[in-house]
Ligand binder design. Structure first.
Ligand SMILES: *Cc1c(COP(=O)(O)O)cnc(C)c1O
Length: 401
């Protein structure tokens, strides 16, 4: 017996097409590939058997490998198992999820929060739940990809305003806000690739004057900025005044997941409307236990917030003293070093790695074309001598032609 279909079937054209595309990416210096981190310890990672000082991660408070956080997860892991087993609206909502939501609401000074499995999922779920056709979004030009995707999915009209240019935003609002039903202004608290902050103290009143709502993604401010680590909202004195505050748990808090905070009405609406909340499995209860412990430590060990800012200030001072212009606030914990060309950027990253430092190389489409850069992130647990050593090595590397 022969199968008549098999000999007639032409070969798939997929691999040849993808191979061509991959070559194009490679030639442009834009091909990305995974590397394995074999082990994380406070401030360092083991990569291919080599111990590197980790200036590439977002472990700002040094909590990602804290044994107390791991132990908190372990206890709940043993009692409840690994997974939530269902979407939270079905049978995957545990008391510890709600305890974490109340704790985050207290920290952020908002009425309610709602947990999501990741920050990406918050943004692609919450923005389309709030605005749609006939509405307008004003989006900062340097917003994170997840915000851009959330804006696109919403089908609202999207107007991009120049980065942090509130005068331009005011002009855009005055010119055409009235042509739309709802208006949502979407920004980051601390911009992830530039490390600068959005002046929320000026943004909130501007939004109110034009009956626009504010949406602040504080993925990089949460846990670091503000007297209690509540983030950009606390730093700028607008606690309770921003309509939608987003924070992630995988950065300063060292676990995983994210939340959106605001009014009771906001959270009730998202529970019924945010598709990336409704149609996904609840995050593991043990993860909520880990995050609660990370929040406790962040609260009782404020030295971590001070330490990460002190390291940001030190690195900036060293680079600026050597003649390099660095964007962002003087004590910003994300230090962008502009290089421009993606190939040269990745060559510098490789050079630093040979000298024992892991730093991020950021290329388009993560950042605009021509602005490829090193992205250096500081952690409270980096020894100050390591920051100095990185600065010295970096200055030497950047000065090479
Ligand atoms: C990292 C990041 C996210 C995504 O958060 P995850 O929890 O990692 O999915 C969203 N927004 C901004 C600004 C980020 O930097």
């Amino acid at each position: 017996m022969t199968n008549p279909i098999v000999p007639l079937m032409p070969p798939s054209t997929m691999n040849a097409a993808l191979d061509e595309e991959l070559r194009g990416l490679e030639a442009a210096g834009l091909k990305r590939a995974l590397r394995q981190v074999q082990q994380r310890r406070a401030g360092t990672v083991l990569v291919h058997g080599e111990r590197l000082v980790d200036f590439a991660s977002n472990d700002y408070l040094g909590l990602a490998s804290d044994p107390r956080v791991a132990r908190a997860a372990q206890a709940v892991l043993q009692a409840e198992g690994t997974g939530a087993a269902a979407a939270r609206l079905i049978s995957g909502n545990y008391p510890i999820h709600e305890t974490l939501e109340h704790t985050l609401a207290r920290l952020k000074g908002c009425a309610y929060t709602l947990l999501f499995p990741s920050g990406y999922m918050v943004n692609v779920g919450a923005i389309p739940a709030l605005v749609g056709r006939g509405d307008v979004i004003y989006s900062d030009a340097l917003n994170h990809a997840s915000l851009i995707d959330g804006c696109r999915l919403s089908r609202a009209t999207v107007r991009v305003f120049p980065h942090n240019d509130l005068e331009a935003l005011a002009a855009m609002l005055a010119a055409e806000r009235s042509a739309f039903r709802r208006a949502l202004i979407v920004v980051e608290g601390v911009f992830s690739m530039d490390g600068d902050t959005c002046p929320l103290d000026r943004l909130v009143p501007l939004a109110r004057r034009h009956q626009a709502w504010t949406y602040v993604d504080d993925a990089h401010g949460t846990g670091v900025l503000g007297a209690t680590g509540a983030g950009s909202v606390e730093h700028f004195g607008v606690t309770g005044e921003v309509d939608v505050v987003v924070g992630t748990l995988g950065k300063a808090l060292g676990t995983a997941g994210a939340y959106v905070g605001g009014s009771q009405e906001l959270v009730e609406l998202l529970v019924s409307r945010a598709r990336s909340f409704i149609f996904t499995t609840g995050s593991p209860p043990a993860l909520a236990a880990a995050t609660l412990e990370a929040l406790r430590i962040a609260d009782v060990e404020p030295w971590r917030r001070e330490a990460v800012r002190a390291r940001g200030r030190r690195l900036r001072e060293r680079l600026q003293a050597a003649g390099f212009a660095i964007a962002g606030p003087p004590d910003g914990h994300i230090v962008p070093v502009l290089v421009g060309d993606p190939v040269r950027t990745m060559a510098i990253v490789a050079d630093l790695r040979r000298r024992g430092f892991l730093v991020g190389g950021v290329r388009p489409p993560t950042v605009p074309v021509g602005t490829s850069r090193l992205r250096i992130s500081l952690s409270a647990v980096h020894p100050m001598e390591m920051v100095d050593a990185l600065a010295a090595t970096l200055v030497a590397t950047l000065r090479k032609p």
